[in-house]
Design a protein around this ligand. Structure first.
Ligand SMILES: [Zn+2]
Ligand SMILES: [Zn+2]
Length: 403
């Protein structure tokens, strides 16, 4: 037998297990609770970003602050591998008044981490510390901490991409995790192709001619026109969209009038529109605008439409989902990984990063959401049990990708 040492590659064979993160659990939980207690709104994540940056520098990462305002990227290289991986966490909170009664509940009235971004940040920090200590990968690791995911428009993920995120920190693939209340804690859910919807918002003003309630023939009633528009809009999905596709048109706002003896001069309609493909998205816009204009005109009123395109579709790359699914299955077992999880009508601004770089968004079960304690609920809380599971997922994904 000859000795094979000369042909030995730098490939690592030992990958992170969930138990490897157990020693970090208390530290990560403390970090998560600290972030939870000090929530910050979109583009105001100064304290959070500073806390994150400080830890990452302490662990040996090269940190670049101020990408997309309060966003930051932490880079770590190991070995001589040429592959580059991006892992994203979001840092912002919501304008919700917390009602959990937890010892680490928000210290700021009207502000709360009600979407678990405190947990997402802590999970990625856990992986950061573990990977810096073990370094069983070969390539470049880019940890992306983004601001303002919840903003709905001109958001943090878009701001980072516009600020040259992937030109300054090129990635071959980029991944994100979001927690998922209602699914068993520590289960993983994903899907190749469109996973989360594009979300657009439409603001409509209907202009009529105000007047006396007793003399309707001398007025043009925008309230009646608005009511007709709301009903007409119900036909967009049912009559214009292929039944094999899916879309949502929800009128979430209808405002007009005050006094009962007055015909108002204006009415306001607000709509949320959701879709999974550019073609359906364009068709929805075309049909909504046509119906609104024609219906208003039919009642002698005039419509002014402001159609604001929000987050694009979260379009997962098949190869990225396959890798994420394998990594998750190796950690928690195939039976706890849903690789073809149904599409969801919510939106995520990680979609902008996926437009610039292939990758995938993965959901991690947060346990039962009893009493409606889902995302954006004042009694919601991230499950601390996921800190080690999520950090192990990130670590193993990096070890499996950066070879
Ligand atoms: Zn949210
Ligand atoms: Zn969220």
């Amino acid at each position: 037998m000859t000795h094979q040492a000369s042909t030995q590659s730098t490939q690592f064979t030992q990958f992170t297990q969930v138990d490897d993160l157990t020693p970090l659990h208390d530290e990560l939980a403390a970090l998560r609770h600290r972030i939870h207690q000090h929530p910050e709104l979109a583009f105001a994540e100064h304290e959070t970003a500073e806390l994150v940056a400080g830890k990452l520098q302490e662990w040996g990462y090269e940190v670049t602050r101020g990408i997309g305002q309060t966003g930051l990227v932490a880079q770590l290289r190991a070995g001589d591998g040429s592959k580059r991986l991006g892992l994203r966490a979001d840092m912002d909170a919501l304008p919700i008044h917390e009602d959990t009664g937890l010892p680490y509940a928000s210290s700021k009235p009207g502000l709360m981490h009600a979407c678990g971004h405190d947990g997402h940040t802590a999970m990625l920090l856990g992986a950061a510390k573990h990977l810096a200590a073990t370094r069983r990968f070969s390539g470049t690791l880019n940890l992306i901490f983004q601001p303002a995911e919840e903003r709905g428009f001109d958001s943090g993920g878009k701001a980072m991409v516009d600020d040259g995120l992937f030109q300054r920190f090129p990635c071959d693939m980029v991944f994100a995790i979001h927690n998922h209340p209602g699914a068993p804690q520590g289960d993983f859910m994903m899907r190749p192709g469109p996973f989360l919807a594009a979300g657009d918002r439409v603001f409509i003003k209907i202009f009529g001619v105000g007047g006396h309630a007793a003399r309707p023939h001398l007025a043009v009633d925008p309230l009646v026109a608005a009511a007709a528009i709301v009903m007409a809009l119900q036909t967009v999905v049912s009559r214009n969209i292929d039944p094999n596709e899916s879309a949502v048109v929800t009128v979430g706002r209808l405002r007009s009038g005050e006094a009962l003896n007055v015909i108002p001069a204006e009415a306001e309609i607000g709509i949320s529109v959701r879709s999974f493909s550019p073609a359906i998205r364009a068709l929805l816009k075309e049909r909504i605008c046509a119906l609104v204009n024609a219906t208003a005109e039919g009642y002698g009123a005039k419509a002014e439409i402001s159609y604001i395109e929000g987050y694009p579709v979260v379009d997962n790359a098949a190869a990225a989902v396959a890798l994420a699914g394998d990594v998750a299955a190796e950690l928690v077992g195939e039976d706890r990984v849903k690789r073809e999880f149904p599409r969801m009508m919510g939106s995520e601004d990680f979609a902008y990063m996926l437009q610039a770089c292939p990758g995938a968004l993965v959901r991690i079960g947060n346990g039962p959401s009893e009493g409606g304690r889902g995302l954006h609920n004042p009694r919601y809380d991230f499950h601390d049990g996921n800190l080690t599971v999520g950090a192990a997922f990130w670590s193993r994904l990096a070890e499996r990708f950066l070879v």
